[in-house]
Write a protein that binds this ligand. Structure first.
Ligand SMILES: Cc1ncc(COP(=O)(O)O)c(C=O)c1O
Length: 305
């Protein structure tokens, strides 16, 4: 398997082979870590790479550490600087996916709160055709974990077993992915992405109190709907039966970007084709992410100086 030359471990860039964590660490044994997945986009005309919404991701990383009661807090700006250092060390000139993880490196029971370690990985992202072709989903029989059990608002590694079960079930049943309902039986989100539907000329998305991650891309899409589509956004509960009544639907997230959702439980969303709202949102989203559109420069952090 090809892999990048360098990763970041604790306080320095190290060769890939040295990116190891002890099997006794609480992070390894119990998934006691918090993470942020980020994207950096390469712009060949400008010979520049931009990290999308670095500050927003680093702010959420701080919140996750605080919530998990880690001994020490790795400040967001410090981790952000290390991400840039790693990207430069690897000298990427491609779109990359970045995973920054703060984890309990110490040994002991699940309640251990330190010492804390940091790992950062960055690798060229896999191009998955679903952004262009759209994807199918079913309503999972796995329920989204409620805030009263394991808050999805916190990007804790252990939370992601819930979405993993849903994804594997969906794929075994012949769908691309899953939509999870929350404990109130309302639509929450996909395994690693939020969702919107377009109904009656409005963009509708579940509120942040629906057992979802407070997604940065979700917030971005809300801004883009107003600014570029002059479209009202409504945050409200969505019933599973509404997808068949919607004109369009799409997933959004750092990894999923803006991905059309063409059917749910094999019932087409709209006419089952990719609609004009999703297409327009994709245009502006990728334009802003890559810097081919100058707007929202505050969302782009240039990597190379
Ligand atoms: C559970 C979950 N929901 C939604 C998202 C989308 O969030 P963001 O737009 O901040 O990447 C993610 C992405 O990591 C996620 O893991």
């Amino acid at each position: 398997m090809s892999h990048p030359k360098f990763v970041y471990l604790n306080d320095r860039v190290v060769p890939w082979e040295e990116g190891r964590v002890h099997v006794a660490s609480v992070g390894f044994r119990f998934g006691t870590g918090v993470f942020e997945g980020l994207r950096a986009y390469w712009n060949p005309e400008k010979e520049q790479m931009f990290v999308l919404q670095l500050a927003e991701h680093m702010q959420r990383l701080e919140y996750s550490q605080k919530f998990m009661r880690f001994d020490t807090m790795l400040p967001g700006p410090e981790v952000g600087g290390k991400i840039l250092e790693l990207l430069r060390a690897n000298a990427f000139k491609k779109n990359v996916h970045i995973m920054s993880t703060v984890f309990v490196e110490g040994f002991g029971p699940p309640s251990t709160t330190g010492p804390i370690g940091l790992s950062i990985l960055a690798a060229p992202r896999h191009d998955i055709p679903r952004t262009g072709s759209g994807c199918t989903a079913h309503i999972s029989s796995w329920q989204r974990i409620p805030d009263t059990a394991m808050p999805m608002r916190v990007k804790c590694n252990a939370n992601y077993q819930n979405g993993r079960l849903a994804t594997l079930q969906a794929q075994a049943d012949g769908y691309d992915t899953a939509i999870l309902l929350n404990s109130r039986g309302k639509v929450a989100e996909g395994p690693g992405m939020c969702l919107f539907m377009i109904r009656d000329g409005k963009a509708v998305t579940p509120p942040v109190t629906s057992d979802i991650l407070e997604s940065i891309t979700r917030k971005t899409v809300m801004t883009l709907c107003g600014r570029y589509l002059d479209m009202e956004v409504v945050e409200r509960d969505i019933d599973r039966s509404e997808f068949a009544a919607a004109d369009e639907a799409f997933f959004c997230g750092t990894a999923w970007e803006v991905t059309p959702l063409t059917s749910v439980d094999r019932l087409p969303v709209g006419d089952g084709e990719i609609g004009p709202v999703v297409r327009r949102l994709q245009d502006v989203f990728f334009g802003i992410a890559t810097g081919t559109l100058d707007d929202h420069a505050e969302w782009r952090t240039p990597v190379y100086v």
